[in-house]
Write a protein that binds this ligand. Structure first.
Ligand SMILES: O=C(O)[C@H](O)[C@@H](O)[C@H](O)[C@H](O)COP(=O)(O)O
Length: 247
């Protein structure tokens, strides 16, 4: 079981810049071993602020962006280029501002009429094809996997009470009737979310405080589940930290 650390920043802006600095340092450290870094991005407002902070940081030049593989923890199943897609938002915030290798950017397939189940199957196959020796659960071993957290304690597109929380035999699943719009999504499953050396929960705002408290006290919320192989970090601001156990 990896160590769980909770790091509290004063406010949303401080959190975003602290996470951006940590992200850059993490990628530099991984690349210093000669490895291609494996990163899982997330959607949501907080993440977009973090990714913009990375794109604006002078320290970003310390990273060889062409040796970073980008994956997504979930996606809103919408047509390619839709402004609500996590891929669209993450490209606007970060990926279009750094010299990524397009062949190493792996968006979850957009809605082209194939259906979310087919998109999930295709993504699981792409993840499996990227596996190396020692990798498990149908995915490459990720170096950092970032997750936002919803007020209900959801992570990626795994929502409380949804059957997808119990899926363990595939790396990606379709999600319908999501309580967070849009209704149709594709998400990594919990076993896939557990295949990262470091899992980072990046959470800001008072509306998330209960979910954070529930997750860190072993409550029955999806956010209580994902753990890093080496480290699990809760990177939060003071507003989201108001119900930390013992606080
Ligand atoms: O598709 C999405 O919306 C995200 O992947 C989702 O899991 C998000 O990270 C959380 O809902 C937090 O979102 P906010 O940061 O906007 O609160």
């Amino acid at each position: 079981m990896s160590a769980v650390s909770v790091l509290v920043n004063r406010d949303a802006e401080g959190l975003a810049h602290a996470v951006a600095a940590r992200f850059i340092t993490r990628l530099v450290d991984v690349q210093s071993t000669g490895k291609v870094a494996q990163v899982v991005l997330t959607g949501g407002r907080v993440a977009a602020v973090v990714y913009r902070a990375v794109a604006e940081s002078p320290a970003r030049h310390a990273i060889d962006w062409r040796r970073v593989e980008f994956w997504w923890g979930d996606e809103r199943f919408l047509p390619d280029g839709d402004p609500e897609r996590n891929e669209t938002q993450n490209r606007e915030a970060l990926l279009s501002h750094v010299d990524v290798d397009p062949a190493r950017v792996h968006p979850i397939p957009a809605d082209s009429g194939q259906g979310a189940e087919a998109a999930a199957t295709a993504y699981a196959a792409e993840l499996k094809a990227a596996m190396g020796s020692g990798d498990q659960d149908g995915v490459p071993t990720f170096d950092v996997l970032m997750l936002g957290v919803g007020p209900d304690g959801h992570v990626a597109s795994l929502f409380p009470g949804f059957a997808q929380l119990k899926v363990t035999d595939v790396a990606a699943v379709a999600v319908h009737d999501s309580p967070k719009p849009p209704p149709t999504r594709v998400s990594l499953t919990l076993p896939a979310l557990d295949r990262a050396r470091e899992v980072w929960f990046v959470v800001s705002g008072e509306d998330k405080a209960h979910a954070v408290g529930q997750a860190l006290s072993g409550g029955d919320v999806p956010a209580a589940q994902p753990k890093g192989l080496d480290r699990t970090l809760w990177l939060v601001d003071e507003a989201a930290a108001q119900e930390l156990p013992g606080s």
